[in-house]
Design a protein around this ligand. Structure first.
Ligand code: THU
Length: 155
């Protein structure tokens, strides 16, 4: 039997929390639900889901919603990892999709704000809607040479 690493266990917990959050996705336009879950330094999990708008361009991504929620709690500096899952919503409300969903460019930049403030390279776990694919990365791989608060002398 192969032992599950701590990182795989953390990823599993975050993806499950993200999947739960995605049940409340407000996606009448794209019908593509995304859930995100942040892991904070003390083990707190902060969920987010996408929130679309009839004025399409105003839609908010799951990761950005979760980060805004962490900020409300004063915890932006404490983000250790994020789990993301997404896919087209099926008739029963389940997500489909064989490909892992990655944070969009804007969300990577918003994640970088938390990463630089906290002095941590955030772990990013990306899962497919069907739950069969899980990819593990660090934010620095997904957003190399990032511009952030440090460039403005803030940290
Ligand atoms: N979406 C997210 O929530 N996060 C991402 O990183 C990528 C895209 C949402 C935005 C929109 O509601 C839907 O997915 C389709 O683009």
């Amino acid at each position: 039997m192969t032992e599950v690493t701590m990182e795989q266990a953390a990823a599993g917990v975050l993806i499950e929390a993200a999947r739960e959050a995605a049940r409340n996705a407000h996606v009448p336009y794209s019908k593509f639900a995304v859930g995100a879950a942040l892991l904070l330094t003390d083990g707190t999990i902060v969920p987010g889901t996408n929130f679309e708008n009839a004025s399409y361009g105003l839609s908010l991504c799951a990761e950005t919603v979760a980060l805004a929620s962490a900020n409300v709690a004063g915890r932006l500096r404490d983000v250790v990892a994020v789990g993301v899952v997404g896919g087209a919503v099926k008739a029963g409300g389940e997500m489909s999709g064989e490909e892992a969903v990655y944070p969009c460019g804007r969300c990577r930049q918003v994640l970088n704000e938390a990463a630089q403030l906290g002095g941590r390279d955030i772990a990013v776990y990306c899962a497919s809607g069907d739950g069969r694919e899980l990819r593990t990365h660090r934010l620095s791989e997904l957003l190399p040479h990032a511009f952030g608060p440090g460039d403005l002398g803030i940290g």
